[in-house]
Write a protein that binds this ligand. Structure first.
Ligand code: 13P
Length: 251
């Protein structure tokens, strides 16, 4: 049985005060959430400590948005595994397209960060996905297989989450069709040595499309940006409804 993993990626949003306000609204809604769903919040570094304290005793896991491959050193602006685990971080996003696009992240540095995360008992959430141009040129499959091949060298697939995030669907409201996301995620799974790695879909996941996304057989969860910033919308997402097979067939 594969795990269901729903993660919020707050990106560069929320001060400490705002993060506390969010939790006050969000945590009570988890009382109805089925136990088989892992819920994660990947928050900015400055929020980690306060969110960690506020999550204590709750079922929400704490996540960060990056990790360096060294334990310490002269790497201005970076953060290490031990610094994250010390404040209770369990998961870390690695290779998000925004890091690849704006901050020069490569498949090689992604691989180094994933291995470092695992070395320090953090579970990496590896992001892969194509641009619109690559999709239109019919390069999606080749690109994703290549990203996976390079990112997963010497990586333990028992301690890993993967997120398929088509770049053209991020922050655009232009969600990838659930069936198409399911197809690409099936392709990702076919490349893995461990078929039980949870694979999420990310890209304009909203309260109004989460049920259909989660009804897809290959999709094990969601990596949610904008809709994870408001307690109401993220609550609806973690409390997604399991569609009956009849509804799933129609979608
Ligand atoms: P949106 O949900 O805002 O499209 O962002 C997706 C994302 O990048 C999550 O990592």
């Amino acid at each position: 049985m594969r795990k269901i993993v729903i993660a919020g990626n707050w990106k560069m949003y929320k001060t400490q005060a705002e993060s506390q306000e969010f939790l006050q609204g969000f945590l009570p809604s988890l009382e109805q959430t089925p136990q088989d769903r892992d819920v994660i919040l990947c928050v900015p570094f400055t929020d980690l400590n306060v969110v960690s304290k506020n999550l204590h005793g709750s079922r929400v896991h704490l996540g960060a948005q990056n990790v360096h491959w060294e334990e310490f050193g002269a790497y201005t602006g970076e953060i290490s595994g031990p610094m994250l685990t010390e404040v209770g971080v369990r998961y870390v996003i690695v290779g998000h397209s925004e890091r690849r696009q704006y901050f020069g992240e490569t498949d090689e540095t992604v691989n180094l960060r994933i291995k470092a995360a695992q070395r320090y008992e953090l579970i990496p959430i590896l992001c892969v996905g194509e641009t619109k141009q690559q999709r239109d040129a019919g390069e999606t499959e080749r690109l994703i297989i290549n990203q996976l091949e390079k990112a997963l060298v010497d990586v333990d697939q028992n301690k890993l989450v993967i997120a398929y995030e088509p770049i053209w669907a991020i922050g655009t409201g232009d969600t990838c069709e659930a069936k198409e996301a399911n197809r690409v995620i099936g392709l990702i799974r076919s490349q893995l040595s461990n078929p039980n790695v949870p694979i999420q879909y990310g890209g304009s996941v909203k309260p109004n499309n989460i049920d259909e996304i989660m009804a897809q057989p290959e999709i094990d969860g969601a990596l949610v940006g904008g809709a994870s910033l408001e307690p109401e919308s993220f609550s609806r997402i973690v409390n997604y409804k399991v569609l009956s097979p009849e509804n799933t067939l129609k979608s």
